[in-house]
Design a protein around this ligand. Structure first.
Ligand code: IFM
Length: 474
């Protein structure tokens, strides 16, 4: 096998709401998650990100741990309501200061900052004006993006506009388990179009500033979920079911930012079913004018698909209970349903462990979107890590998971896929949205009883060695 490229970005990732805490400090406004997580019964044991792991106050200690780990890159997200407490209006200098200091601290250790603009924490003030259903958000987002480019673009060269559009849109507007808690698929489809336009507008803002030499050039893209689909059998019906699944959960979300269009068959289906999305003059031209520089993919698991009779009879979708809560609708009658694959291992949250899906997914991405650089912007295992009597965090299953997925990466690189970096999700144990703090992803443990003390896990040392050898220790 070829070694990993010399400049491979060995990274780790987090997101603002999941780690920062300090939810009302230094002029920060409230986000939709600040309110939603406080609703009775919304999250596991009422967990919220009010304090999270207090990264806002401990970022120096955390960056030191990153440096010791040997990270080449760190992916974090910027909290929109920290920069614009009410979504628009005046920027908050203290919010800008926090990210500026964080970036400087990373650069001090030679760690490349990779910034995500939107990891789900919309300012509540904008939700009160209709949230992502309101086209005015396109301009608000562009202004927020522009502010971040101007404030941090001298030092940040890797930008991600949105994290996992499928999740905050479908869980928030179709399944109603994320804010704003809407259950209406038509509204979800409308929102997906507005979010795509906001992404495109932000990309244009970025390119304009680079062109005018106001900021240094870099790369801008988007981080999508890759949940590779496989038919559960070779029957024509299951194969067709898988094709529908891929249209809905993969192409619908990737195509607009990578090809400036919607997959025609699904567009027709949504138009026939509920006359959505509403596409105005100029919308498609905007999408086409803003191709991404790279493809970010967040891969955790694959999906196994079977035919789903139109009358719903035999609908036996697995309980896709996960990070984002229980997705009751894991299929569409008449099109597909997700089923358990008896030959594959599953995590305690019923997520399939299938490294092959990462490799196959990257190949499909290259076939459909060409040779754009790929960054694996998230990959990791959500688990309950036991602690030995001596206090060691025992996370051998995480090491096995990461190793197998990195082997899949190596195989992809070997076949010429331009994979430029890999970010473990996550750097540190953090708030796993609806699952609270019980679902752990970090290579660094946080002791929630002892004042959020940090402790290196077995996986931390394993990853450290791997980075030191540029992957040769795999
Ligand atoms: O915790 C999340 C993250 O915020 C987005 N991607 C999936 C992770 C694990 O579920």
């Amino acid at each position: 096998m070829n070694p990993f490229p010399d400049d491979f970005l060995w990274g780790a990732a987090t997101a603002a709401y999941q780690v920062e805490g300090a939810y009302q400090d230094d002029g920060k406004g409230l986000s939709i998650w600040d309110l939603y997580s406080h609703l009775p019964g919304a999250t596991y044991q009422g967990a919220n990100g009010d304090r999270a792991v207090d990264h806002y106050h401990r970022y120096r200690e955390d960056v030191r741990l990153m440096a010791e780990l040997g990270l080449k890159a760190y992916r974090f997200s910027i909290s929109w309501p920290r920069i614009f407490p009410s979504g628009a209006g005046e920027a908050n200098p203290q919010g800008i200061r926090f990210y500026s200091d964080l970036i400087d601290e990373l650069l001090k250790y030679g760690i490349v900052p990779v910034a995500t603009l939107y990891h789900w924490d919309l300012p509540q003030a904008l939700q009160d004006q209709g949230g992502w259903e309101n086209r005015a958000l396109i301009e608000h987002f562009a202004r927020y993006a522009k502010t971040c480019f101007e404030q941090f673009g001298d030092r940040v060269r890797h930008w991600i506009t949105f994290n996992e559009t499928i999740n905050f849109i479908m869980l928030g507007y179709r399944d109603g388990v994320h804010p704003p808690g809407v259950r209406d698929e038509k509204r979800a489809v409308e929102v997906s179009h507005i979010v795509n336009l906001a992404h495109a507008q932000a990309v244009l803002e970025y390119r304009k500033r680079v062109r005018e030499k106001k900021i240094a050039g870099g790369m801008i893209g988007i981080a999508h979920v890759l949940l590779t689909g496989f038919p559960i059998s070779e029957s024509a019906e299951d194969v067709a079911a898988c094709e529908w699944y891929e249209e809905m959960d993969f192409h619908w979300f990737y195509d607009p930012s990578l090809q400036g269009r919607y997959p025609p068959r699904l567009l027709q289906y949504y138009q026939a079913r509920f006359q959505a999305p509403t596409v105005l003059d100029g919308d498609m031209a905007l999408l086409q004018s803003a191709p991404s520089d790279f493809i970010g993919i967040n891969y955790y698991q694959s999906a196994f698909l079977a035919h789903n009779p139109a009358d719903g009879v035999g609908f036996a979708a697995i309980n896709v209970s996960g990070e984002q809560g229980t997705q009751k609708d894991s299929g569409i009658p008449g099109l597909f349903k997700r089923v358990r694959n008896p030959n594959v291992a599953y995590t305690p949250w019923d997520w399939s462990i299938y490294p092959e899906g990462l490799y196959a997914g990257m190949k499909r991405i290259r076939e459909r979107y060409g040779d754009l650089p790929i960054l694996i912007t998230e990959n990791g295992l959500g688990d309950k890590d036991p602690i030995s009597p001596e206090g060691e965090i025992l996370d051998a299953p995480r090491i096995a998971y990461l190793r197998e997925h990195l082997r899949a990466c190596q195989r992809a690189i070997d076949e010429g896929i331009p994979l430029a970096g890999y970010f473990v999700w996550s750097f540190i144990d953090l708030l796993s949205w609806l699952n609270g703090y019980q679902k752990q992803y970090g290579v660094v443990y946080v002791d929630r009883v002892r004042d959020l003390q940090r402790k290196k896990k077995q996986s931390y040392f394993w990853y450290q060695q791997l980075i030191q050898t540029n992957g040769a220790a795999l």
